[in-house]
Structure formats: structure tokens, C-alpha cells
Design a protein around this ligand. Structure first.
Ligand SMILES: [Zn+2]
Ligand SMILES: [Zn+2]
Length: 154
């Protein structure tokens, strides 16, 4: 399942530039390349995977792992990127301005399966309304083992 982005790249970029400014940071070509790779990414990635994609697509561009990590942290703070942890110490990121969806997360390999269920979405709203709770956002995670990891463990 591939989830669509809610806003275009130019809009994301101007938001990013504002975030950089408010943090006293400069807008650089490297940071734009990182942002573009994130917006164009299909699913969920660890920082090293993102870096590998950038190295493949932009030959000769030198981006350090530290820059990738720092930029991701910045983008997460700005809500442009979201992260989900898996296993003991892993963390996967994804572009945060996609249509809403929930995740099933494999605690063994970090696989993330996206899904949207109208019934679940509707019930969450009803439950919140019944408690007089105003929802701002929600992130539903079902944790466990993916098919491949179940097979490997049996
Ligand atoms: Zn797995
Ligand atoms: Zn997702």
C-alpha cells in the first residue's frame, strides 16, 4: 500500500526553510537533497537507508551520517517527518505529511505494514466523543511478528 502525500514539495520546502531559520540554521543544498529523498521515499526507512538512497541518486555529493541524523531530528520536531521505534533500539522514519494511516510493526525485523480501516477510524472518533475528548491526532500501532519472522522462528 502506498499512501499519498497531502502537500506538494514546494510547500514542504518552504516549511522546512522556516524551521531551519527559526533554529538559526542555514538552508543548504545537502539539506534540500535530504528533504527531497524523504518526500520521494515510498515507505519507512532507517537513517542509513536514506543516506544510501541519496548516495545512489546524487553521485559526488558528500553527506555525512551525522547530517542525516540531525536533519531527521529537525524535521521530526517540525512534524514533517514521523518516527516509529521497533525492536530494542531501532527507529524508522517516514514522511509525515501523508494521508493518515496506521501501522503493524514487526518487532523482529522492523517491517512496517500500513493500513487504513474505516471502522477503526470511526470507532476511535465515537469513543473520544463519548468521553468528551477532542482528538488532535492519533497513531495506532499493532506490534508483533511479520509472516517471514514467524516462519524463521518456527
Ligand atoms: Zn519481521
Ligand atoms: Zn507509514
Amino acid at each position: 500500500m502506498s499512501v499519498k502525500a497531502k502537500i506538494g514539495f514546494e510547500e514542504v520546502l518552504s516549511r522546512f526553510v522556516r524551521v531551519l531559520k527559526s533554529n538559526g540554521l542555514k538552508y543548504t543544498n545537502q539539506r534540500e537533497v535530504i528533504l527531497r529523498a524523504i518526500v520521494e521515499s515510498e515507505g519507512h526507512f532507517i537513517p542509513e537507508e536514506l543516506k544510501a538512497v541519496i548516495m545512489r541518486n546524487y553521485e559526488g555529493l558528500n553527506i555525512g551520517t551525522a547530517t542525516v541524523y540531525r536533519t531527521l531530528a529537525l524535521l521530526e520536531e517540525a512534524g514533517i517527518v514521523t518516527s516509529v521505534s521497533f525492536g530494542a533500539s531501532g527507529k524508522k522514519y517516514e514522511f509525515g505529511l501523508k494521508e493518515h494511516h496506521d501501522h503493524m510493526i514487526c518487532d523482529s525485523c522492523g517491517a512496517m505494514i500500513e493500513f487504513v480501516d474505516k471502522e477503526i477510524e470511526k470507532r476511535q472518533k465515537e469513543i473520544a466523543a463519548a468521553k468528551g475528548f477532542k482528538i488532535v491526532s492519533h497513531a495506532m500501532q499493532i506490534r508483533g511478528l511479520c509472516k517471514a519472522c514467524q516462519k524463521a522462528k518456527s
